[in-house]
Ligand binder design. Structure first.
Ligand code: ADP
Length: 704
């Protein structure tokens, strides 16, 4: 896009801001509640907090309405985590504001999000009916009350609510006028995502001195749990919620227009982008790293297994014989031989150096085990067995901090700037400014499109409605931006299903559970496949079973040796039985059949031979230590293997087969490395190896 277009985007922003201003002024004229600033609305409802529920598009939608002392609605919380993020999920803030403005559930639906709109309206109507009937919700008015001008009864109060991974606890200390200390324990929340929410919300609440703040984008479940727990603590402290300001995170003013300069702009602070940013900075370049979410990590945070690498010093030290050649062959076979063999070769050849580089930046991966599709133990993980993604993201962020890299959060790249076919920068939009960023080179590291349902259905309509394990920011922006400057796409319809996804939470059950010895059984209590075949084959096997799902079964010994399991237990998705029969009863499987399946399997482990399905790996331990566990799983969209076409130097290739000058790409945004099926452990190999290659190439290009 050229400058003229940017100006028009800026003007559009200007018009939007003016319209927002008119809307806010209008709202102020209608009633004081939305324009907010602490003014309490007056109205017809009984003070308190009321919750209503209705069925949305993807699951239940919950609306919690807070009515202040004046009888007006002072706060609306909408929980609809199962709604499609870009459709119903995106409509929720609008609906929430509309209820506040209208002081009623009778609001207009958001076009294109009818299901969610109807559910929100119906749940709000239910909550308001309770408020009209005067039935007590968790009303602050019902408890002790702060008196006179005081906001609180001084003391320390604790509130608890259910978050994503278990209980979230908020401990608040207050004087009569202010919150003096706030401790939030969200240790069960997803590492990095939930913990970012904890720190960011704490700052937001303390700064606002109010519980009426917005959830952190992309971490709504954890945020809402914290806010609910806080409301509870406020109620105990005798606080009247309507006396506290409503602080919206949405910038409603006129956005600035800014121009920036750097050597390399990198789009996307996931694993590939952060690797590239660290590497390029270490090579002396001035880097800007753009991230559209309020926090870094993308899908990388969610990687649970490890990094495949061959001929590493760790393998040698541990007596594991491996070769680059076998790594290439395994990856090609796993990808049905449609992978770009040159890219696979480069990934395998540079994988050991990638492990050394991770050592050098303080992120060693010394624990080696087996992962599906590999012929030897090749997957490298953190020493304590924790999930590789969150571990790497934490280490990358520490290094980024140390190197003083400029990370612009909440800033979305919207298009690439070109001059006569050469990419010379990026246009981006932040919370309160539009940016033109001039750069000598641009690296795309925006990840895949697993969370863009429209794009998924466009390329694979058979996957309509399938749950996705992808992070909220992973919406294919890089692919769209690259296409707009003539980039070629490869294997774009190759989308990987992961076979073990808990459907209610979209939580992925790491392959290591099967690698460490778990089995899959169907509703009839029987095994139906070699559980460690490639992800596509196991997923297809599950879809053929009754109800298109299965149970993953493991025992206490396995739990004791795999830290990841604790998260599944605290999230509440595991079912536990003291005996196999007791477990079977809970999941409605015939107890005798499940007991028989387990005893047969344990014999196969003793014999190291699986005559039924030919499994040869993940058979080091049998399943004989009580208690026993089951998680109900089915396939979920996990990785989009297709994407932007790159060559071995990570240059983006155009539709005529020529590199686009100035444009490089790495990670899930690219196609070709994984072919028709990605092996577990190869996404991390991809981001580390190609993140470094993209930055080396960009550095060289800058110096040209
Ligand atoms: P990879 O594994 O390839 O590194 P990730 O999914 O880990 O990919 O990271 C991709 C990151 O890019 C995510 O954090 C996502 O929010 C970010 N992102 C996606 N689109 C944009 C965009 N238009 N502007 C800025 N950041 C983006």
């Amino acid at each position: 896009m050229r400058m003229g277009n940017l100006k028009s985007e800026y003007l559009r922003g200007l018009v939007a801001s003016v319209l927002t201003l008119i809307f806010v002024l209008g709202a102020a004229a209608i009633g004081p509640s939305l324009a907010g600033g602490g003014a309490a609305a007056t109205g017809e409802y009984t003070p308190g907090t009321y919750t209503g529920e209705a069925k949305g598009f993807g699951g239940p939608v919950e609306v919690t309405v807070t009515v202040g002392d004046g009888g007006g609605i002072t706060k609306v919380d909408v929980k609809g985590d199962a709604e499609t993020p870009d459709v119903g999920g995106a409509a929720i803030p609008t609906l929430k504001n509309a209820i506040l403005t209208a002081q009623s559930a009778e609001i207009d639906s958001v076009s294109g999000a009818t299901f969610t709109s109807d559910a929100v309206k119906s749940a709000a109507a239910d909550a308001l009916a309770q408020a009209r009937g005067g039935q007590a919700g968790t009303s602050a008015a019902a408890g002790p009350k702060a008196e006179g001008d005081d906001l609180f009864i001084p003391g320390t109060y604790t509130g608890t609510s259910k978050g994503f991974g278990g209980d979230v606890t908020v401990t608040m200390t207050v004087s009569n006028k202010e919150i003096t200390d706030l401790q939030i324990d969200g240790s069960h929340e997803t590492e990095n995502i939930g913990s970012f929410a904890v720190t960011m919300l704490k700052d937001r609440i303390m700064e606002a001195q109010s519980p009426n703040v917005d959830a952190i984008t992309g971490a709504t479940v954890s945020s809402n749990a914290i806010l609910r727990a806080l409301d509870d603590a406020f109620a105990q402290a005798g606080a009247d919620l309507s006396k506290f300001p409503v602080i919206s995170d949405t910038f409603t003013g006129l956005k600035d227009y800014r121009e920036l300069d750097c050597d390399i702009v990198i789009i996307g602070a996931g694993g590939a982008g952060m690797t590239a940013a660290i590497n390029a900075t270490q090579e002396g370049k001035n880097v800007i790293l753009l991230e559209k979410m309020p926090y870094a990590g993308g899908n990388t945070t969610k990687a649970t297994g490890g990094m495949n690498a061959a001929e590493t010093h760790y393998q040698k030290e541990q007596g594991i014989e491996d070769s680059v050649q076998t790594f290439i062959e395994d990856t090609m076979a796993g990808g049905h031989n449609i992978n770009d063999k040159d890219l696979v070769t480069v990934m395998a050849q540079n994988s050991a150096a990638g492990i050394d580089w991770l050592d050098s930046i303080g992120a060693p991966l010394p624990k080696i085990s087996y992962s599906g599709g590999a012929s030897v133990d090749r997957i490298h993980a953190p020493a304590d067995g924790s999930g590789v993604g969150a571990y790497l993201v934490t280490a990358f962020l520490k290094k980024i901090d140390e190197l003083g890299i400029n990370v612009m959060y909440d800033t979305k790249a919207t298009s690439l700037i070109t001059t006569e076919g050469t990419v010379v920068g990026v246009q981006a939009e932040g919370k309160n400014a539009y940016y033109t960023i001039h750069a000598k080179a641009v690296i795309l590291a925006t990840g895949g499109f697993g969370n863009n349902q429209e794009m998924i259905v466009h390329y694979r309509d058979d996957l309509n409605g399938t749950v996705s394990t992808s992070a909220p920011g992973v919406t294919g922006d890089g692919i769209t931006m690259a296409e707009a400057v003539g980039a070629d796409l490869v294997d774009i319809d190759q989308i990987q299903l992961h076979p073990t996804v808990e459907q209610g939470t979209s939580m992925l059950i790491t392959e290591s559970v099967r690698g460490d010895g778990a089995i899959l059984v169907n509703q009839e209590g029987k095994r139906f496949i070699n559980e460690l075949l490639t992800r596509d084959v196991v997923s297809a096997g599950e879809l053929e079973q009754t109800g298109s799902y299965a149970y993953i079964i493991f025992d206490q010994h396995l739990r004791d040796n795999l830290k990841a399991i604790e998260k599944y237990v605290s999230t509440g998705i595991t079912i536990q039985g003291d005996t196999i029969e007791e477990l079977a009863e809970q999941i409605d499987i015939d107890p005798a059949t499940l007991a028989e399946t387990l005893s047969t399997w344990n014999q196969y482990v003793a014999d190291q031979k699986d005559p039924d399905f030919g499994r040869t790996t993940g058979m080091k331990n049998d399943l004989s230590t009580a208690p026993y566990y089951a998680i109900k799983i089915a396939p979920g969209i996990h990785h989009t293997m297709g994407g932007v076409h790159i060559n071995t130097q990570a240059q983006v290739i155009d539709v005529n087969g020529k590199p686009i000058p100035g444009l490089f790409a790495a990670g899930e945004v690219c196609g070709g490395v994984h072919g028709g099926n990605r092996l577990g452990g190869n996404a991390v190999a991809d981001i580390v190896v190609f993140g470094r290659i993209a930055s080396d190439s960009a550095v060289k290009y800058c110096d040209k």
